[in-house]
Design a binder for this molecule. Structure first.
Ligand code: AIR
Ligand code: ASP
Length: 265
């Protein structure tokens, strides 16, 4: 409608399309770089960027137990993107650039530090077996553990000296891994608590990129223990590991609760 009495002679020119965001320009799948137990990584036309695809495959106990979990790839891609956005908004640097499809993240290519960092708030799993702490006992403070990422050795628990002697990380990097992991815990634990979820423990991986340490990999019910605050129901991969049934439903429940609480504040 003309605003000033003149007849419009032509439709207003459509606004020039915004230049594509870097992720959209680069998000062209190249050759498969790596296939892991739960994810695939694809090269892109930008050597700095990879596409990470979340699969429905699940394994446990070093791959001895295997299954397809319906919808897991889609749910994990959504859940992990949500956590990486939340953490990014709170100043945690990560490899995550964006979610580009239902199952795919565009990520910065990093060199993975072969140290898995576990943070525990409540005793469960291997710490309960190793130290005789009953499952469900709250720990007096968050405990950080390092595991050497080596399938043939079954990812053994290591200390700082082991990690440095193995050449897995430098002392300075270990300090950063620890600090970043505790910072992640300091953000996720209260956030999840607000959603009625106890963050029992979780595993993080980090990568090196241009001299920086970036949080990498995924944060999902595959890599965290989530318990419902009321019932202590397991809303995570322990449902698969322990044959509890309702695996997809548990992952869906986590995704449902996360959607109720925006990632970027
Ligand atoms: N984890 C460790 N390695 C692989 C994974 N996903 C995660 C588990 C759990 C935490 O690390 O999912 O949340 C501690 O595992 P565990 O078996 O040492 O008690
Ligand atoms: N360690 C992984 C897990 O149980 C997967 C595996 O062992 O195959 O979460």
């Amino acid at each position: 409608m003309a605003m000033n009495g003149q007849q419009p002679t032509a439709k207003p020119a459509p606004a020039a399309p915004a230049p594509p965001a870097p992720q959209e320009r680069a998000a062209v799948r190249g050759p498969l770089l790596y296939e892991g137990k739960a994810k695939k990584a694809w090269q892109t036309d930008d050597p700095e960027l990879l596409i990470m695809e979340f699969k429905d495959d699940a394994t446990a106990f070093d791959g001895q137990k295997r299954a397809q979990i319906s919808q897991k790839g889609r749910l994990n891609a959504a859940i992990s993107a949500h956590f990486f956005r939340l953490l990014g908004a709170r100043g945690i640097p990560s490899h995550f650039i964006g979610q580009i499809s239902e199952r795919e993240h565009l990520v910065r290519r990093v060199q993975i530090v072969p140290v898995e960092v576990v943070v525990r708030n409540v005793a469960a799993g291997s710490i309960s077996r190793r130290l005789g702490l009953p499952e469900g006992r709250e720990l007096p403070f968050p405990i950080v553990e390092f595991y050497y990422k080596d399938d043939a050795l079954h990812d053994p628990l290591i200390n700082d000296d082991h990690a440095v002697a193995l050449g897995a990380a430098t002392r300075a990097e270990l300090v950063q891994l620890r600090e970043q992991a505790l910072a992640v815990n300091g953000i996720l634990r209260p956030y999840l608590s607000g959603l009625g979820v106890i963050l029992v423990d979780f595993k993080l991986e980090f990568g090196r990129s241009r001299g920086e340490i970036l949080l990498s990999d995924e944060i999902t019910p595959d890599t965290c223990r989530f318990w419902d605050v009321q019932t202590h129901d397991h809303l995570d991969k322990d449902r698969f590991r322990r044959d509890l049934g309702g695996v997809t439903e548990a992952y869906e429940e986590i995704w449902r609760r996360l959607q109720a609480a925006p990632a970027a504040v």
